[in-house]
Design a protein around this ligand. Structure first.
Ligand code: CUA
Length: 364
């Protein structure tokens, strides 16, 4: 029995189904409020420069696509053979055509190359407008942020003031990572014993998710962070609040019998202090992230879990179950101990809490 080739009509029957499938795939990339980890909604000068190059290249590519495909489809119909046609004339090489279709793409590439190279130079320049320097260090698997101007260190959430350029000096404590906040700036790899630079200035307060973009081990995908862009006054409140966390002049030691005091004791007894500092001023880099301000961070476990009491307990009771391979060991905490430790960690908060934190917690 001879195999039948599918008729055009039969193929056409599948077109609506294919269109629906394609639309579903495309729409899966959207969310009602617009998932913010996208390069297509730039919110800082650096990201806008990149966006301009992307849009220009995409426009040119669209024009080329329609011209080439249009010519192809036109030629297909115009010169299609009919039964009984003689073999068409065979030609090999046409100097004029060869020159034309070499020169046109070359000219198009020039139009793409000029703005691209200009942007590369522009984004590689060091900012000179009194930037806020932040030292960024990648660790397996979390990000550390130091503010030399204020002698402060934090992790996970990088707070920046709107309207002021931030000048990131970036390196790694171990392997190669890549720092990426799609809405604010391009990617920059971080290397051992080398400082890479990246700058941006945003005028829009908000939370911007970021992600390690270079494979760096088993938990690479869960090496996220947030940029918290705040109005200057809010930012100043945050940094003075952070400086006060755990300081002797802080609102005072917890009441001796309180849950917080129990948690503080456990923090020392269980060995947490061996890897984590709870003050942010002048603190050295430890094995684990600095925990000053953890009570009011947006996320825990490097942007993996929303910072709720439940998630904090889950995390400290069995870190390996949340992120296999992290350095934090299972301390064998019971429920009571975990509750006390969570209360203590929650007390290490920056007051007043940034409004953005409340929004995130509610949104999750
Ligand atoms: Cu760090 Cu991937």
């Amino acid at each position: 029995m001879a195999l039948r080739t599918p008729s055009l009509r039969r193929v056409a029957r599948w077109v609506p189904a294919l269109c629906v499938a394609l639309a579903m795939l495309v729409l899966a990339g959207c969310s009602p409020d617009g998932y913010p980890q996208t390069t297509l909604a730039p919110k800082a000068d650096f990201a806008e420069l990149l966006d301009k190059v992307f849009r220009r290249s995409f426009q040119l590519a669209t024009i080329v696509f329609f011209l080439v495909e249009g010519a192809l489809v036109w030629a297909l119909f115009r010169f299609r053979g009919k039964p009984g046609d003689a073999e068409p004339e065979q030609t090999h090489g046409n100097a004029m055509l060869e020159v034309v279709w070499t020169v046109i793409p070359a000219v198009i590439l020039v139009f793409i190359a000029i703005p691209t190279i200009q942007t590369i130079f522009k984004t590689a320049e060091a900012p000179t407008d009194n930037p806020l320097v932040i030292e960024v260090t990648g660790h397996q698997w979390w990000w550390e942020f130091r503010y030399p101007e204020y002698n402060l260190v934090t992790a996970g959430d990088m707070h920046v003031p709107v309207g002021r350029t931030v000048d990131l000096r970036m390196t790694t404590g171990d392997v190669v990572h890549s720092f990426w906040t799609p809405q604010l700036a391009g990617k920059r790899d971080v290397f051992p014993k080398r400082d890479n630079r990246l700058w941006f200035r945003t005028e829009t307060a908000g939370l911007y998710p970021g992600q390690c973009a270079e494979f760096c081990g088993t938990q690479h995908a869960r090496m996220a962070f947030q940029v918290v862009a705040q109005e200057p006054a809010e930012f100043d409140a945050w940094r003075t609040g952070l400086a006060a966390v755990g300081a002797p002049a802080d609102s005072g030691a917890p009441a001796p019998d309180s849950l917080v005091a129990q948690g503080q004791q456990l923090f020392a007894m269980k060995g947490c202090v061996g890897c984590h500092m709870v003050t942010a001023v002048g603190a050295p880099t430890m094995v684990g992230p600095n925990l000053a301000g953890i009570g009011s961070r947006t996320m825990i476990a490097s942007g993996w879990l929303p910072n709720t009491d439940e998630n904090l307990a889950r995390w400290i009771m069995n870190p390996q179950a949340v992120k296999v391979g992290v350095l934090m060991p299972n301390l064998g905490l019971n429920d009571e101990e975990a509750t006390a430790l969570v209360a203590y960690l929650r007390s290490l908060r920056v007051a007043p809490a940034p409004a953005a934190v409340a929004t995130t917690a509610a949104g999750n």
